[in-house]
Design a protein around this ligand. Structure first.
Ligand code: NDP
Length: 295
């Protein structure tokens, strides 16, 4: 059996530091608070939101869920986002995706106040990645993957990483980040020809496509040295499975993330890291404003 890259030991080790930071921010005058806007009551979304609520509780951050009716109109939806953007008690927020079809014409990720952009999807945030600046907010799933690799002492610099999937929330930002960390990145997608010719040459394969058990033995190198990062969360026969065919490749690679228990929890953990970053920035702005007005 290869090395299982589990999230839990990493999160257990790092959570106390986040709790300390959260308490220190509250003592300095701004308690971190996450607000989630949900339209409708999609059960998968509710599950994701509850995981985020639990993590907020663990770091003593505030949490608010604003649930709007599935039929909410554009005006009421936009007003809610605006209210949350301007609420001085909310230090991080996002709209849980997907939203119902009638709202999908709105570019929701750009509506969020960039200072509260804990998901890391706003163009201001992405622009920082484009400029190789990883000190600010970073989209949660890519941030979680980089932490997972670092904590397992897996070298990124100089390695060939093949990412399958180029979505705006996973594959594309991850390719920018890994490039900034000096990996050689190949970004594959549904039009990539001879996918296996790329994946077989990779040191690290990241699979983020949303097709259950897509990555098979035929895609991997026979040498058994590859690292597989499985981002997929899919339902198959009432079970949660990833984008990699775990059972058939787990003994043929050096290390692999489990699903569940790998990238998913790292993503939620990264959201908490981003929440503390947004809170810190908002608090600093507030303190700077106060000292400016005192001059
Ligand atoms: P999207 O549906 O937005 O994107 C899928 C990507 O996969 C696209 O770039 C698409 O290519 C590519 N693709 C589809 N079919 C193939 C194929 N046969 N060969 C190669 N590439 C292909 O997916 P997301 O990035 O939003 O999500 C991917 C998976 O990750 C899902 O299972 C999702 O649930 C999961 N996920 C998990 C998270 C976590 O925290 N663990 C967070 C976010 C997502 P093209 O661009 O050409 O269409």
């Amino acid at each position: 059996m290869s090395n299982l890259l589990k999230a839990k030991p990493i999160i257990d080790a790092k959570l106390p530091k986040l709790l300390d930071k959260s308490r220190s921010l509250a003592q300095r005058g701004l308690k971190p608070k996450l607000c989630v806007i949900l339209v409708g009551d999609n059960p998968a979304s509710m599950l994701y939101i509850n995981n985020k609520r639990k993590k907020c509780e663990q770091i003593e951050a505030g949490f608010e869920l604003i649930q709007l009716a599935e039929s909410v109109n554009d005006k009421d939806f936009l007003e809610t986002v605006k209210r949350v953007n301007n609420d001085p008690e909310v230090t991080g927020c996002f709209v849980q995706l997907p939203v119902p079809k009638h709202l999908q014409h709105i570019d929701i990720t750009q509506l969020i106040n960039p200072k509260k952009d804990v998901d890391g999807f706003h163009l201001n945030t992405i622009n920082q990645l484009y400029l190789n600046d990883l000190t600010g907010l970073v989209p949660c799933t890519p941030r979680g993957i980089v932490t997972l690799l670092a904590e397992n002492k897996i070298t990124i610099q100089g390695k060939h990483v093949v990412i399958i999937g180029r979505s705006l929330i996973v594959g594309k930002p991850l390719s920018l980040i890994l490039n900034g960390l000096n990996a050689t990145v190949t970004l594959c997608h549904s039009h990539t020809e001879h996918l296996e010719s790329h994946t077989k040459r990779a040191d690290i394969i990241v699979c983020a496509i949303g097709i259950p058990e897509f990555l098979k033995e035929e895609h991997i190198s026979p040498e058994g040295k590859q690292i597989i990062i499985d981002v997929g969360i899919n339902k198959k026969d009432n079970k949660t499975v990833g984008d990699a065919d775990f059972e058939h490749i787990k003994d043929k690679v050096a290390a692999i993330t489990p699903v569940p228990g790998g990238v998913g929890p790292m993503t939620v953990f990264s959201l908490m890291e981003n929440l503390l970053k947004t809170t810190e920035t908002i608090l600093k702005d507030k303190t700077d404003e106060q000292s400016d007005s005192a001059i």
